[in-house]
Design a protein around this ligand. Structure first.
Ligand SMILES: Nc1ncnc2c1ncn2[C@@H]1O[C@H](COP(=O)(O)OP(=O)(O)OP(=O)(O)O)[C@@H](O)[C@H]1O
Ligand SMILES: [Mg+2]
Length: 237
């Protein structure tokens, strides 16, 4: 097991957002946290990477086990060093640096010395980034910027890649391109945890899904076997 979250409660100030969340990600899985606006998807991601801490007037309770270590209470800097790459919601790139510079400053060896994700391999996966190599990040389209954020995550040679709503605000044709990218990453055995509200994207990119509502898991199972009634009940389809 790469990640195992047990009885996670997360708080901003005194307001509790996550309630007894339980979630697992096994090696080479692609797991999706699926849910509507404001249910706690990003809070789950932030809890994992140590961004809920007293400095941010927030905290977590419970256990987040990652590769045999408990991450609870560990600093976000130290957690990143354990091989978790986090792509936050909202396409954060460096707008004044070129595409190539954005990639190079993200580059680091994996925890076990793994250096598989070279810039050439990134360009194979994202030919568009190669074409735009010298462009400033800020000149890219929304879809290209999102590709760059994913590419920056991969440049860290992660053991676990967290992707928070990478489809948000993108045209269907771009969402489809991203779906192909995730499918290719799965073929290459990259372990992924996605947060999504785009159901079709979730269905096409994950093998297991946790549906969350009001900060807690209301359904979990194989993505391909989620009953239609469940999707309509929790996601309004
Ligand atoms: N910094 C914060 N301080 C206080 N409350 C917050 C903070 N960030 C998020 N919340 C609240 O926590 C709840 C869950 O937010 P979260 O961002 O985790 O949802 P989400 O599922 O990621 O939603 P979205 O699909 O809009 O990204 C919401 O009610 C939100 O208002
Ligand atoms: Mg969110």
């Amino acid at each position: 097991m790469i990640l195992e979250i047990n009885h996670l409660n997360s708080f901003y100030g005194s307001s509790q957002i996550l309630f007894d969340m339980n979630l697992k990600v096994d090696k080479t899985e692609s797991v999706c946290i699926l849910g509507r606006n404001g249910v706690g998807k990003s809070t789950t991601m932030k809890s994992i990477v140590g961004l809920l801490n007293p400095r941010n007037k927030s905290h977590i309770e419970g256990e987040i086990n990652y590769c045999g270590k408990n991450l609870t209470g560990m600093s976000s800097y130290k957690i990143a060093r354990q091989g978790i790459a986090y792509v936050p919601q909202g396409r954060h790139i460096f707008p004044t640096l070129s595409v190539k510079e954005n990639l190079l400053i993200a580059q680091r060896k994996g925890v076990d010395g793994n250096n598989e994700w070279t810039i050439d391999k990134i360009y194979e996966l994202f030919p568009r980034l190669k074409e735009r190599e010298t462009f400033k990040g800020g000149r890219l389209s929304g879809g290209e910027q999102q590709m760059l954020t994913i590419a920056r995550g991969l440049m860290q040679n992660p053991r676990l890649l967290l992707l928070d709503e990478i489809t948000e605000g993108l045209a269907p044709i771009i969402v489809n391109e991203l779906k192909n990218v995730i499918q290719t990453l799965r073929e290459q055995n990259v372990t992924i945890l996605l947060a999504e509200q785009n159901v079709n994207f979730a269905l096409g990119t994950s093998n297991r899904t946790y549906i969350i509502e009001k900060g807690t898991v209301v359904y979990e199972g194989e993505t391909a076997a989620i009953p239609k009634e469940v999707l309509s009940k929790h996601l309004g389809l």
